[in-house]
Structures are given as structure tokens and as C-alpha cells.
Design a protein around this ligand. Structure first.
Ligand code: NAP
Length: 554
């Protein structure tokens, strides 16, 4: 854990004021930074958080083995040099408890809880055009008006409900990785079933297997996973990053993903000999992290290059998993590597060599129902004391739509996005003046280091509000044309890649009935940030600006 100094605990708000200049929804990493950054504007701020404390993703995802898949030295706030100097990460990839402790430390250090109401689920946010104000209400009935509304609700914060027939009748315990009970779960010696094999399951499975009596994993789609290469954070790595941090940060912000990997190259696979290609893949496998996706520049564009990397991973699975039938089932064959988010693991494939672990491919043996005592497939019943659902999230749009947002003329965001989310830069939508969505759909968000992206979004919003105030402008709204053009551009960029070839949550394909389109911007953080800067410099091109006082468009 960190060697950082402790500050007195920052106490939460004791009541909800009638009005604040800015309301921030969410107190995860985006929300905490928003409070810190918006305070610099000298405006009043108030925030709501559904959980009982700060942390967002890291508050809810307490499942065993949960850790970040971005290196700790990069998954860290960059806005305060003092904070950077005070906090020391203990591992290369931080665990959920350590990240949660960091969030709490930041809240204490900057006294951020004082303007936040916790256990306060926002159920509606309505815009009043005449007053140019938003009214935000919580499930408890608290109400506040604000001029600017900023959502920092995360991209993966609405877990999918386990809609399995018979679940109500199950007499054992069932849990969801994305809403893991705070009081913990005991699986030792028990018969455990895990449904799903995405990143959450890939982290959960090896840890649960260590002490479970028996663990059965139900897999619908085999997933690409590579060793994370975790371990204590080496001192030399800290020095590399922090010796000249401004220069390091500059390099970080000039990448497509807000991360620097050892193997990143400008060369396509065809520029290497076959022997060099295999050497690079081997080196990437040994280095861990996302290196395998950085081996060749065309890995996410060229099917042959992608297949080369996929076959390399298949060979590693074959090498690792002793039972050839299980190994074959674990090899992802129906989507390109990286088109579903690749997992970084610690001993995932090795876990299937344990005598107490089995794999069921539900394509061969579909789940029929949950019973009182376990799970019935088309072939047999699997007894269970505990069922762990690691079945994913209503990603990107779910967290924002669930806020019950209504814009001009009562336009509901749910309705506006019924055929897919159109959002200008992932930041703002036509019909919803003065509303900003941090890491919203069609921004780079989940394809980047989220800290880099959220600091950028919050910073852009803060500068926007500041500039508008200086110009006497109090209303900003994305135009339909600019929003539509950005949506087309987002889709076009995705079309140059292999990403749309998978039924992934990036495409909205994991939620029945959800419109399918690529939900994040694939043009790279560096290009995206430059575009946002240019738009701001060009008097917020693509936005309508207005002042309610003089009633004329600026
Ligand atoms: P996910 O990637 O969506 O995986 C859900 C899994 O459940 C998939 O294997 C899916 O199969 C399966 N599934 C869904 N519905 C099912 C059903 N009805 N019956 C059987 N199987 C079903 O969700 P996740 O693992 O929670 O990860 C989501 C994202 O969160 C990740 O991609 C990553 O971005 C983030 N995350 C990050 C970390 C980290 O930083 N280390 C850790 C965890 C999560 P299909 O593939 O066939 O749909």
C-alpha cells in the first residue's frame, strides 16, 4: 500500500442546497477530478453519488482478483505534482482495494466529499428552457437546480441483470461481479459456478479456484487473454516515469490510447520477416500488458496480421492447458484479437489445469435454467452453493440514459438515443443545453487510459465554462449537423478497423435490442484532443452559443 501521508477524513455534505452553479453526477475518478477542477472556477458545485463513498468502478467492482489493466504509474491522476509525489503504487497493476484507497486519499487530501451527497441516486434531470436551468432529483426526493450539468457516471457502471429462468428459486447465494457485496463473499470449499468469460471473470476465476471446493466456468465466447506481467512496481519504472514527469506526460498525451507500451511500432507486420514477427510476438507475450496489440501497426486493420497474433495466442493456450479438449474450447476463433476487449490475466489458462476446475461451452451445452440447487444445462445439472454472474454491463449509454434526462421541450435522452447515441465529441447533445457527459459515447474513453481521457474532458468543460462566462454567454448546445457529422466520422473510423467484426459491448451487441453501432471513438486520444482544442479555439464550432440576457446568438 501507499506510503502517503494521511489527511483527516473529508466529511460528506450534510444537506442538498437549493441551487449550485454546477452539478456533477458521480463521484468516481471523473467526478472527483471534476470537483477539484471546477472549484478552480470559483463557482458553486454540488455532487451526487449512488454509492456510500467515492471510487465509482472501484467502489462497485470488489470481486476477487479485481485489478486495473492499465499500469499503475499511468492509471494515476496527473493534475497535482504534490499528489504524484506523495502516493506510491505497490504493484505494476494495482488491486481494487489499493485503487479505492487512492480515491479516498484524494477525496481527503482535497476535501472533496464536502460538496457530495452519497447514497443519492439521481432519478431525473430536467431542463427548463425559460429559466435556462436544470433541476436534478434523487430517489430520496432531494432536488437542486443548476446552470451546468456534468455527468461523470462511467462507461461500465450498469451491470446487466442476470435474467436466467429459475434464478428466483435458487436456494444458494448469487452475486454479480459488477455489484459485489461490500461485506464480502465466502466461496471456500463451496461448489461455485461462474457465468461469463470476459475481463471480470478472467480475473475472478483464478482467485476463486484457489479455495473453492469445485468451480465450473460457463463460457459462451472464448476470449483473448494475455499474461498481465504483474508484480511489484519496479523502482526503475517509477524513475523512468517520474524523473522528468512533464516530458513523460507529454509523450503519454501524444499517444492514441494514453498509454506507452514497450512494443509500439509504426511498422506493419509485412515489414518484418516471419522470424522477426514470431520474435516480436514472443517478446510481447513475455512483457505482458497490451504489448501484443502494439506489435504491428496494422494488427487492428489487417485480417492476416490479426490472424498471425491470434494463432500465436492459440499456440500459447495449447501449450499451457494440459487437456487438449479444454484447450481447444478456450481458443477464441469467432472474432479478431482485440475486437472484444482483450483481457490481461494472472494464471487464467493455467487455472483450467486444476483438478477442481471445469469448463462448459454453453454453445454445445446450453443453459436451460437455474434450479433450486444449481444450474441445469441441456445435458446435466451442476450443483451450486454460489453462482457468480460476470456477464457484463449495459455499457456506455446505460449509465447516462438511466439518469432520466429530459432536455428542451421535454425531449428524453432515452428517446433521442433510441436508434443509437449521437453525441458531439461524446461531450454534448443537441436538445440538451449546458449538459456535458464526461467520457460519453463516441469519445475515445474505454479505448484509452480512462484517467487521461477524463482529465482531458473535465479540463475541456472547465475551460469552456470559463470562456463562456468571460464572454457573457450562458447557454451552449451542440448543433444537430455537427453531432450527426461526428457520429458519421466515428462510424467511418471504426469501419477502417476490425473492431466491428465482433459482437462486443463496444458495439452494444451484448444487450438484447440495443442498437448496434460502434460506441467509442477510434481515431486516437491524440487526434481527438487536438480536434477538441481546435473546436474550442474556433469559438466552439459545432455548438450554438447564446446569452439569455441579450437574447442573441454569439
Ligand atoms: P464482458 O466483457 O461483457 O463479459 C461478459 C461475459 O459474460 C462474456 O463472456 C459474455 O459472453 C458472457 N455473457 C453475457 N451474457 C451471458 C449470458 N446470458 N449467458 C452466458 N454468458 C453470458 O463483461 P466484463 O467481463 O465485466 O468486462 C466488461 C469490461 O469492463 C471489460 O471489457 C473491460 O473494459 C472492463 N473491465 C476491466 C477490468 C480491468 O481493468 N482489469 C476488469 C474487468 C472489467 P459473450 O462474449 O458471448 O457476450
Amino acid at each position: 500500500m501507499s506510503t502517503a501521508r494521511k489527511f483527516p477524513r473529508s466529511a460528506p455534505a450534510s444537506s442538498v442546497p437549493a441551487h449550485a452553479d454546477i452539478v456533477v453526477i458521480g463521484a468516481g475518478f471523473g467526478g472527483l477530478y471534476a470537483h477539484w477542477r471546477f472549484r478552480q472556477l470559483g463557482m458553486s458545485i454540488f455532487g451526487f453519488e449512488q454509492g456510500s463513498d467515492v471510487g465509482g468502478t472501484w467502489y462497485w467492482n470488489r470481486y476477487p482478483g479485481a485489478r486495473c489493466d492499465v499500469e499503475s504509474v499511468d492509471y494515476t491522476y496527473t493534475f497535482s505534482r504534490e499528489l504524484l509525489d506523495e502516493w506510491t503504487w505497490s504493484e505494476r497493476f494495482s488491486t481494487q482495494p489499493e485503487i479505492l484507497e487512492y480515491a479516498s486519499y484524494v477525496a481527503d487530501k482535497f476535501d472533496l466529499r464536502r460538496d457530495i451527497a452519497f447514497e443519492a441516486k439521481v432519478v431525473s434531470a430536467k431542463y427548463d428552457e425559460a429559466a435556462n436551468l436544470w433541476t436534478v432529483r434523487t430517489a430520496k426526493g432531494d432536488e437542486i437546480t443548476c446552470h451546468w450539468l456534468v455527468t461523470t457516471v462511467g462507461c461500465l457502471s450498469v451491470p446487466k441483470d442476470p435474467e436466467f429462468e429459475g434464478l428466483d428459486s435458487f436456494k444458494g447465494q448469487w452475486v454479480q461481479t459488477g455489484a459485489w457485496p461490500k461485506e464480502g463473499v465466502d466461496w471456500s470449499g463451496k461448489n461455485v459456478l461462474v457465468i461469463g468469460t470476459g475481463s471480470s471473470a478472467v480475473q475472478t476465476i483464478p482467485v476463486v479456484a484457489e479455495t473453492a471446493g469445485h468451480l465450473t466456468v460457463f463460457q459462451r465466447t472464448a476470449n483473448f487473454s494475455v499474461p498481465a506481467g504483474n508484480g511489484p512496481l519496479p523502482e526503475h519504472r517509477r524513475e523512468e516515469v517520474f524523473a522528468d514527469y512533464p516530458a513523460y506526460l507529454e509523450r503519454l498525451k501524444n499517444t492514441r490510447g494514453g498509454q506507452l507500451w514497450e512494443m509500439q511500432t509504426d511498422k506493419v507486420a509485412a515489414e518484418f520477416s516471419e522470424e522477426e514477427q514470431q520474435q516480436r510476438l514472443r517478446q510481447a507475450w513475455e512483457l505482458g500488458r497490451w504489448n501484443i496489440q502494439g506489435c504491428f501497426r496494422d494488427i487492428m486493420q489487417n485480417e492476416d496480421t490479426n490472424r498471425l497474433a491470434a494463432e500465436f495466442v492459440h499456440a500459447r493456450i495449447r501449450e499451457t492447458v494440459k487437456d487438449p479438449v479444454t484447450a481447444e474450447k478456450l481458443m477464441p476463433k469467432n472474432h479478431p484479437l482485440g475486437s472484444k476487449r482483450m483481457c490481461l490475466d494472472t494464471d487464467y489458462f493455467e487455472t483450467f489445469n486444476r483438478p477442481n476446475v471445469d469448463l462448459v461451452d454453453i454453445n454445445e451445452e446450453p443453459i436451460v435454467r437455474i434450479t433450486e440447487t444449481g444450474l441445469q444445462t441441456s445435458l446435466k445439472e451442476y450443483p451450486a452453493d454460489l453462482i457468480i454472474f460476470a456477464i457484463g454491463f449495459d455499457a456506455m449509454t446505460g449509465p447516462i440514459v438511466n439518469l432520466g434526462i429530459e432536455g428542451r421541450g421535454g425531449l428524453s435522452l432515452k428517446q433521442a438515443w433510441s436508434e443509437g447515441p449521437e453525441s458531439y465529441l461524446g461531450l454534448a447533445m443537441p436538445g440538451f443545453p449546458n449538459l456535458f457527459t464526461v467520457n460519453g459515447p463516441s469519445s475515445p474513453s474505454v479505448l484509452t487510459n480512462m484517467i487521461v481521457s477524463l482529465e482531458h474532458h473535465v479540463g475541456w468543460i472547465a475551460e469552456c465554462i470559463q470562456t463562456l462566462r468571460e464572454k457573457g454567454i450562458d447557454r451552449i448546445e451542440a448543433t444537430r449537423d455537427a453531432t450527426h457529422a461526428w457520429a458519421e466520422h466515428t462510424e467511418e473510423v471504426a469501419g477502417y478497423t476490425l473492431f466491428p467484426k465482433a459482437n462486443s459491448w463496444y458495439m452494444g451487441a451484448n444487450v438484447p435490442g440495443k442498437p448496434q453501432l460502434f460506441l467509442a471513438y477510434l481515431g486516437g486520444f491524440d487526434n481527438y484532443a487536438a480536434r477538441c482544442d481546435a473546436i474550442a479555439a474556433n469559438n466552439f464550432e459545432g455548438f450554438d452559443l447564446a446569452s439569455s440576457k441579450v437574447e442573441e446568438t454569439a
